[in-house]
Design a protein around this ligand. Structure first.
Ligand SMILES: *Cc1c(COP(=O)(O)O)cnc(C)c1O
Length: 368
């Protein structure tokens, strides 16, 4: 390895389009707070992209999730089923409402919420299910939507990792009643920090806008009949969002090209399981991820250490949430636990070159 070799990050944003021009416009015009033309423009662009009528932008993805659950009236005494293998925010948003997150196992094929385990976890207290499209591959939504219909439950997609992914020809973000996205710096598009709820339900959208802005009476200024939130996005963030939306198809195409290139180079490495793409799915490969099985010559963490020596960044999979202190249940969710032990996210930024991918693939194979 030469010292001149560049460090390859797992993720980094690409802000080389109209981002600077639009942010400059906000600064020059003085519209830097949570009023301004970029906000409705971003909300409309994103909703249209998902094939839904309405978008409500928020300060981040976690507040989008919390706001969605608050709009649905979820609170103390309720249960919400979430996958145990997801980013912590999915469960925390449930906890913020006073409801209890109930953890379900993952499917070995898609790494996403297992509908059979969801069915086992439904009780008279269950109010909602939050499928998460982990690492960019959609969850198997039809069985989840069927269960929700049978038991009269809300489905709220956590699509924070899957902007543009398709389930049976439909964009994620169009499948639940209220669906949530994040625009954190490492997501498919970024606004720095930011989030958004998509929906086709005008009444729920209106309630979301109202709760997002302190729940102030529309007739009587500074009169607040409920405890609302300040979960607004700023015009500056939305300006970034509009510029990023102009390139989202290009970013997704790049993610898919990166995945194809990795898949070709890693196809015959013993002990590696390449990421899923079911027949009914179009993944956006937010994080190109592989499972490091016992037939691979190194353990997962040893592989990460070897990559680090070669200036290649990686991430382990999430810890199953039911194993962490605030949510520890002592139960066993074996598929998620095994995925969590074996899974690793490889560099997946849209800035990654084909040469970078060849360097990473060589480092993985060399370490056998
Ligand atoms: C990133 C992420 C979130 C939270 O988004 P923030 O914008 O960081 O608050 C929620 N759920 C999942 C699955 C995520 O990956």
């Amino acid at each position: 390895m030469s010292d001149s070799e560049r460090f390859i990050p797992v993720a980094e944003p690409l802000l080389s389009g109209n981002e600077l021009a639009y942010v400059t416009d906000c600064v020059k015009s003085g519209w830097v707070s949570s009023l301004g033309a970029y906000i409705p423009r971003f909300e409309e662009m994103f909703a249209q992209f998902c094939g839904v009528r309405l978008g409500i932008a928020t300060s981040n993805g976690t507040t989008a999730l919390h706001l969605a659950l608050a709009v649905l009236g979820i609170g103390p005494g309720d249960e919400v089923i979430v996958p145990t293998l997801t980013f912590i925010a999915t469960a925390n948003a449930v906890a913020y409402t006073g409801a209890e997150p109930v953890f379900a196992d993952s499917e070995p094929r898609t790494w996403n919420l297992d509908p059979d385990d969801v069915a086992r976890k439904i009780t008279p207290k269950t109010k909602a299910i939050i499928p998460v499209h982990v690492y960019g591959h959609p969850a198997d939504m039809d069985p989840i939507l069927d269960l929700a219909r049978q038991h009269n439950l809300f489905v709220v997609e956590d699509a924070a990792e899957a902007h543009g992914a398709m389930y049976k020809g439909k964009r994620v973000g169009s499948l639940g009643v209220l669906n949530c996205f994040s625009f954190y710096g490492n997501k498919i598009i970024t606004t720095g920090e930011g989030g958004l709820i998509t929906t086709n339900d005008a009444a729920l959208a209106e309630k979301a806008r109202w709760l997002r802005d302190h729940g102030m009476s529309t007739e009587k200024r500074y009169w607040h009949p409920v405890i609302g939130y300040n979960y607004r996005i700023t015009n500056v963030q939305a300006a970034l969002g509009v510029a990023q939306m102009e390139r989202i198809e290009e970013f997704i195409a790049r993610k898919r090209h990166i995945a194809e290139t990795y898949n070709q180079l890693l196809a015959r490495v013993p002990g590696l399981t390449l990421p899923p793409e079911e027949k009914w799915a179009t993944s956006v490969y937010w994080m190109y991820s592989v499972l490091v099985g016992p037939k691979f010559s190194l353990g997962r963490d040893e592989l990460a250490a070897r990559l680090k020596q070669r200036k290649i960044d990686s991430r382990p999979f999430f810890y199953p949430i039911h194993t962490m202190p605030p949510y520890h249940t002592g139960e066993s969710l074996p598929v998620a636990e095994e995925l969590s032990r074996q899974g690793i996210n490889l560099p997946s930024a849209v800035t990654l070159t084909d040469d970078d991918i060849r360097r990473i693939a060589a480092a993985i194979q060399e370490s056998r």
